[in-house]
Design a protein around this ligand. Structure first.
Ligand code: AP5
Ligand code: ZN
Length: 216
């Protein structure tokens, strides 16, 4: 299976991609996670990406495409993958088409997470992440068993630095301008499936299971 998860920041792409990837036995390829790992490791890529991420801007297309091209060439991607947060611009989508053609692979579809701005702001302001293992929580909608601690590894949860309100607004504006055109792009390609992502996590998961045919 090869799917793209498309939608605004905080729509729940990462939450659902992690669940579906586990059920389907394919890797979740999240460019945001890859950039955050590079920032933590202090690599040249991380140093470059950090400037853009903290400002709520997109990392340049060529940098992002290079990273994804390398990742999709790995053996674990042969049986499929979920692209979470990529592509995010029309040039990235065109670059992806070339990469897939080179691999002799084609997309099954694009899941578009449709959700109002007010919901996005509420989800991002309550999001907490584990700096050690990458797990994601929400103070109200997906709380950990022990307040402030990761269920999986016990580390202390933190807020992502780009989840501050002013950066969230900037990310939403960038989404509208640079990423939303992809909704039409993939609709015209006959690949778009819209998910009502404003509902509770389990309801969204069930709808995705129905669309992709990978049961919950
Ligand atoms: P990235 O990490 O991709 O961030 P994003 O797209 O802004 O998405 P988020 O991770 O914020 O949200 P999500 O939709 O995954 O929601 P989640 O499941 O966590 O990118 C970060 C930055 O990296 C970008 O700004 C850019 O600089 C750079 N970057 C990344 N990819 C790039 C690319 N392709 N090109 C250029 N630059 C790139 O859920 C959010 C919260 O809500 C959580 O707390 C969760 O528990 C909760 N929640 C989830 N679903 C529900 C639900 N149904 N009901 C209630 N709560 C829910
Ligand atoms: Zn953890």
């Amino acid at each position: 299976m090869r799917w793209i998860f498309l939608g605004p920041p905080g729509a729940g792409k990462g939450t659902q991609a992690a669940r579906l990837a586990q059920r389907a036995g394919v890797p979740q390829i999240a460019t945001g996670d890859m950039f955050r790992a590079a920032v933590r490791e202090g690599t040249p890529l991380g140093l470059e990406a950090k400037r853009y991420m903290e400002a709520g801007q997109l990392v340049p297309d060529q940098v992002t495409l290079g990273l994804v091209r390398e990742r999709l060439a790995q053996p674990d991607c042969r049986k499929g993958f979920l692209l979470d947060g990529f592509p995010r611009t029309v040039p990235q989508a065109e670059g992806l088409n070339e990469v897939l053609a080179g691999l002799g692979a084609r997309l099954d579809g694009v899941l578009y997470f449709d959700v109002p701005d007010a919901v996005v702001v509420e989800r991002l302001s309550g999001r907490r992440v584990c700096p050690a293992c990458g797990a994601t929580y929400h103070v109200r909608f997906e709380p950990p068993q022990v307040e402030g601690r990761c269920d999986r590894c016990g580390a202390e949860l933190v807020q992502r630095s780009d989840d501050r309100e002013e950066t969230v607004r900037q990310r939403l504006a960038v989404y509208r301008q640079q990423t939303e055109p992809l909704v039409r792009y993939y609709r015209e390609a006959g690949l778009l499936h819209t998910v009502d992502a404003g509902r509770p996590i389990d309801a969204v998961e069930a709808e995705i299971a129905r669309i992709t045919g990978v049961g919950a």
